[in-house]
Design a protein around this ligand. Sequence first.
Ligand code: NAP
Ligand code: GLV
Length: 309
Amino acid sequence: MTKSRMVFYSELDDFEAWRKALEPEAIELCRNEDITDVDGVRSALVWKPPHGFFQSFRNLELVVNLGAGVDALVGRNDLPDIPITRLSDPRMARMMAGFVLFAVTRYARDIPQFEKAQRQRRWHYLHPKDPADITVGVLGLGELGLEAARECARHGYRVLGWSRTQKDVDGISCSSGAEALASVLPQSDIVVCMLPKTRETDDLLDAGRFRSMKQGAFFINVSRGSVVDEPALIEALQSGWLGGATLDVFAKEPLSEDSPLWDMENVLITPHLASIALPSSAARQIGENVRRIARNEVVLSRIDPRRGY
Ligand code: NAP
Ligand code: GLV
């Protein structure tokens, strides 16, 4: 079988793991610096490549974003005019759903209060609430967002899902469009942000929107920090309007050492790892798209650079 050559760039991901996972797909993955015949490169697997990266590959036919969020690619002016795909991997979605369920459960079961009580050697019994009495608002019902929303519904929470276009999902009360957000936020005890970074979502969750949430509500952000006006979030947490936040993503990463978020007792910080691209399961989709390109067929999970996701 003739192998298709793909160039790799990522400062975070394991090249060897991806090279091995793509071998059975008849893809020869090469590091940029190891390529001698640039014209033989047909596709690229990249996470945040440097500006100008694509220029030398004249025969590129496909760019695969090594992740779900494509914001680092679509905003730039050096993109070739060829299909750009995102990773679409059920195991990546499961991993995200697991993280979201953990963060939701932590608040629903009052775990931060028990952590505090433990530090004070205090037996602090709080009768657990029925999950059906806890409303979880999930903003963004995409591949990862929908799986996370379903996971919460499976655990008995009342789930409100919000997206750009209307969805109809069993067990989730769905709404769409700017106006509906004004109804989802005040109803939710826990708000989970699963929105991509786009022109429309930048700073979407601002002071007014945090104020419109229930007093004492919890906020979980696992998508992109840019969706949040960070100073407004800090204010909402410091004033006690919000009960707490679990933040995996930030406006600027790594989060700066002097951010007040580090010292806030009601904030849990994780360093952007709620979910990752898993070579063993994601390789199949990449192989399928490379074969589709070779056959002149439409690729799967193509993103729309103008829409931003
Ligand atoms: P996706 O499949 O691209 O779905 C995006 C969802 O957001 C869709 O439901 C979309 O609505 C909705 N949306 C977009 N713009 C909107 C707007 N202006 N108003 C309302 N809804 C809007 O994304 P995904 O796979 O679920 O992933 C979500 C994000 O998670 C990614 O973009 C990425 O930034 C982030 N992520 C983070 C990690 C991590 O480790 N922290 C890992 C992977 C991904 P429609 O359905 O109507 O189009
Ligand atoms: C990670 O943040 C991703 O978008 O895959």
